[in-house]
Write a protein that binds this ligand. Sequence first.
Ligand code: FES
Ligand SMILES: [Fe+2]
Length: 409
Amino acid sequence: MPLYPLFNMGFSSMSRSLLNDSFFDSFSSSILGLDEAESLPPSCYTDQEFFDFEKQTLFYKEWLCVGRESWVKEPGDYFCSQHVGEPLVVVRTKEGEVAAMSAVCQHRGMLVAEGCGNIRALICPYHHWIYALDGKLVGAPEMGRTCNFNKEKHGLPRLRVEIWQGFIFVNFDLDALPLAPRLTALDAVLANFDLANLDGPRPGDPMRFHWNWKVMFENNNDGYHANRLHRGPLHDPVPSSKASFPELPDDTAGYYRFNGSTHPDASFNPTHKALLPVFPKLTEAERHRVLFANVPPSLSLVMNTDMVLYLIMQAEDADHHSMVMGSLVVPEAMENPMFDRLMKINQDSVQEIVAQDLHVDELVQQGLKSKYAPRGRYSWQEGAQRQFNVWLVDRYRRGWESVRKHTLD
Ligand code: FES
Ligand SMILES: [Fe+2]
């Protein structure tokens, strides 16, 4: 089936479309058992038409992480974010709820907010339309002579909001199923980290990268490369041979892997040990491993016993995405006068490891564009890649079914 009917849905036009039944049928081999599975077709990572399909199928339907609830503690606190190029603003309203809305002024498209801070209302700098903290338009100067102008119809478009483990998720789809009931498998393994009550320095601006969001997502949770690409004193205490991939419910919206460590409270720094207070509720077993957890398509967590690294990915197009990177620790840790110094030791080490990852990611994207790009086979240490494939293929299939149905209607 050709894609041409999709023109009506905003997909890009091409003389020969990549998207057809046999292309989607070919995804079956990516969700076989790990010993038989192969990676998704390379064009899933490089083709803009496929990204446009993902935009409709994933990003406009799934829950997307935008930040931490602690970033909007007080009424009027706000911060800006974006996903798939949509500027968003997240606000704590006067009533105390977390609201998320488009940051696009409904007058002529200026953005009503930048950065973060505290405000009494969202005032568009261009012509001073004023939006309440819940997005309602409450002021529009000199619009009295404009026929049939009803302020109630020009509020900022709202998104759904859900808080999970202290992270704020938004959804463009106002009818989306709630997220938390499909994350119970993750909740069970995260419980003793008490994520909702952890704190950490506010991350800086997102970094922008020239490769597909899935290349980054897969790299964040790749047990196979751990003591190969990262071989050396910083990463050796968390070797690939100790990776394990628990069974997950079919409908899970998130997945995880454990990676055992050579000693308790291992950490990615020159001392090999946790420098900050260990999360107090962790069991002995939990202190002997690192937990890598993922809520696709936007959140990855790397959970050591004293610090959680969170990575919020913001897809942009087939070749670009941005990422916010932050850390969470027990709140008391930040009161230690040595906190900044200890964090710097951790962060310097993490940066060294991340630099190795980024180099690979950039070159993987180049490789995936090659006519020799493979549908590669997996090692047993790459179970998380298959977990991600399962999450993706389920949604890709549903998306394609809906495109076909739309086409036939
Ligand atoms: S564009 Fe915002 S008030 Fe005119
Ligand atoms: Fe890595």
